[in-house]
Design a protein around this ligand. Structure first.
Ligand SMILES: [Mg+2]
Length: 408
């Protein structure tokens, strides 16, 4: 179909007499017509440009740039097995015709990626071989095939590409996918393990962290230590609040009988769900546990990518989807589709991240039963604004792409 620009212009002039709303509609039709005659005109006259950067303005090829960033955490963060106070991040940008999409790779040390490995990977990504960011399937398949692993590095490209395409379309991804931004789940906020020098739980530190979570509706507690320490954590929190709790054992319980005993105790303490109670390779033991557990059991470390889901079916009630593990938004959406087809429950998680990756994950919020999107809340030096938590709940605005803007 060929649009006649002159007729459309005439139509707009007539239409301006009716209403502003109709005028805007026909303006959009004119912009659409311009795509046929000159794609460049769409980008010049279509949706509002966000974050235009001088160095990339007018570039006809996608240009990927990246830089390291160190996220400083508000508290030393301890999970079963490690502690840290900073997280290395690499921020990405894809520029195209005056639009800029933002992305991010977050590399908590236990996942095996580093600033150097992510930068090395990103140097190998050649987007100039593609003519349009809307070749998303082709582009992201190419990126995924560069290496076997490097999921966070791949995610940094995936998020930036989604943000870019959403901005060009002028729509957020939750809306492009036909989902809602109403009644989104509450996000949990994490209280990590805090040890005293003698290896026992530092109850004062746990109290302090717990007091910071009281504006939220759901607390996530990191367990997986000794039975005594795990119970001390929960009891200390329960002295302060009756808020619902979800527990993440981070594979810390090694024996199924011990895990069941702990889960039965936790159920009596107002815990709603347990994430990764046992080592990820102990599938039969986890299936045994799930058959007897009064609480749903979710896979986190056991579930990295789409291809993992089938083997987890039957052993876990659901999966924790994290963009950094699964290469990004494209695969996360496929994982949700498959998990739902298998009647598995869905949780959204994150690493310690800026608002870029957290806002990308939040696009999926309406599809999840639990959301653990506190990555930007855990850091003291976020450099973007994006998804906001209001009264403990995730909220999504009608901003294009992943809805983030750099803090000037
Ligand atoms: Mg977890």
């Amino acid at each position: 179909m060929v649009w006649d620009i002159n007729k459309l212009k005439h139509y707009i002039i007539i239409d301006m007499k009716s209403s502003r709303r109709d005028f805007l509609k026909t303006s959009m039709a004119l912009a659409a017509a311009a795509t046929v005659t000159s794609p460049a005109r769409l980008f010049a006259t279509g949706t509002k440009r966000l974050s235009q950067t001088k160095e990339t303005s007018g570039t006809d090829k996608m240009v990927l740039t990246f830089e390291p960033f160190e996220a400083r955490m508000k508290h030393v963060f301890t999970i079963s097995g490690s502690s840290r106070s900073t997280t290395p991040i690499v921020l990405t940008k894809i520029a195209y015709r005056g639009y800029v999409g933002y992305g991010e790779a977050s590399m908590p040390p236990y996942l095996g990626e580093s600033t150097a490995s992510v930068m090395d990977f990103l140097r190998r990504v050649d987007l100039s071989r593609f003519s349009s960011p809307f070749q998303m399937e082709e582009i992201l398949t190419y990126v995924d095939n560069i290496t076997t692993n490097n999921t966070a590095a791949k995610c940094a490209v995936d998020i930036a590409l989604h943000d870019l395409c959403g901005k060009i379309m002028g729509q957020p991804w939750w809306k492009i996918w036909g989902w809602s931004n109403k009644d989104l789940p509450s996000t949990s906020v994490t209280v990590g393990l805090a040890y005293a020098p003698d290896g026992s739980i530092d109850r004062e530190e746990v109290r302090k962290k717990t007091l910071e979570t009281l504006d939220y509706n759901l607390i996530k507690v990191k367990l997986g230590n000794t039975k005594e320490n795990d119970k001390t954590m929960i009891n200390t929190i329960r002295e302060i609040t009756d808020l619902p709790i979800v527990v993440d054992a981070n594979q810390g319980w090694k024996e199924k009988g011990q895990a069941l005993e702990m889960i039965e105790w936790l159920a009596r303490k107002g815990v709603q769900m347990v994430e990764q109670p046992m080592p990820k390779l102990l599938l039969d033991e986890t299936a045994w546990l799930r058959d007897r557990s009064p609480l749903p059991i979710m896979a986190d470390e056991a579930c990295q990518r789409l291809s993992d889901i089938r083997k987890l079916y039957g052993a876990y009630d659901g999966i924790n989807i994290k963009l950094m593990k699964c290469t990004g938004m494209r695969e996360a959406r496929e994982m949700i589709t498959l998990a739902k087809a298998l009647h598995m429950r869905i949780m959204l998680g994150c690493m310690t991240e800026t608002s870029v990756a957290v806002s990308a994950a939040a696009q999926f919020a309406s599809q999840a039963e639990w959301a653990d999107l506190d990555g930007n809340w855990l850091i003291a030096n976020d450099i973007f604004t994006g998804m906001k938590v209001v009264d403990g709940r995730i909220t999504l605005e009608d901003k294009p792409g992943i809805g983030v803007e750099p803090i000037k």
